[in-house]
Design a protein around this ligand. Structure first.
Ligand code: ZN
Length: 253
């Protein structure tokens, strides 16, 4: 397609290409509801990759798995041609790397839940986007964020956008998306600082316990990093029920 544009006395010709994108399955969550069941047209200039065009339509690249261009297998780095019909499939469930996570500032409760299930989660409520990107550059981690622009950054190789606003539903989504059911190790990690816990003899923590805790509990764990003490009190029982719910929700069981 040829378009004309006049700037001052000079006239430029811009060759505009046009591709059509059909997003499949959970990738539709990123589209406005009235556009989920149709091919979306995208107009562009010059050489553009499938990744760039998919993201221009609102779908972050870490969510994308298989790509088909005019019925043939393509990749995110395929250069789109005028008239291309592109089908974009979500990345398959599973965890391509060790399940080490990095969570953005808004996912503090999800971070606590994932730690409770034993997963390594870097989280602070004051990480800037630059700080998050710097961590991803030096460590292989899965970024969890509801900020699509953050997920679209080049430095993000593995990432997921939790769809729900509810932190328990987010937890279930992450467990399913990365197929983590078999790797749940509850009560092995400090909820406050992410460090693995160690068993602590009662006499070693006695002076830090409330009288009733001293009386009723004998098993303790301590975080060697922040010195937080854990025991199987009412909080533990609530968490235990949650773990059972999550484990019971495993697909196919
Ligand atoms: Zn700690």
């Amino acid at each position: 397609m040829l378009c004309r544009n006049r700037t001052g006395n000079q006239e430029y010709n811009f060759l505009v290409s046009r591709s059509y994108f059909l997003f499949i399955g959970r990738l539709k969550d990123f589209l406005p509801p009235d556009q989920r069941e149709q091919s979306l047209r995208v107009d562009f200039h010059g050489r553009q990759t499938i990744k760039h065009l998919a993201e221009a339509l609102g779908v972050p690249h870490p969510e994308i798995g298989y790509v088909q261009v005019n019925g043939q297998e393509g990749t995110l780095s395929t250069i789109s041609q005028d008239g291309d019909q592109v089908q974009v499939y979500p990345v398959q469930n599973g965890c391509p790397i060790e399940p080490h996570f990095l969570l953005d500032n808004h996912l503090g409760r999800l971070a606590a839940y994932l730690r409770m299930l034993g997963f390594d989660c870097l989280y602070r409520n004051d990480y800037s986007d630059e700080a998050l990107a710097a961590i991803l550059q030096r460590e292989e981690r899965i970024l969890l964020s509801r900020d699509r622009r953050l997920l679209m950054r080049k430095v993000v190789t593995h990432g997921y956008c939790p769809r729900s606003l509810d932190s328990l539903e987010q937890l279930a989504e992450v467990i399913e998306r990365f197929e983590l059911h078999q790797q749940i190790m509850p009560f092995h990690r400090c909820l406050r600082c992410n460090h693995p816990l160690e068993a602590a003899p009662k006499e070693a923590v006695l002076d830090q316990l409330e009288p009733l805790t001293k009386l009723y509990f004998d098993e303790f764990q301590i975080c060697p990093n922040c010195r937080q003490i854990y025991w199987k009190g009412s909080h533990y029982e609530r968490m235990q029920r949650l773990v059972e719910q999550i484990t019971a929700a495993k697909p196919g069981t």
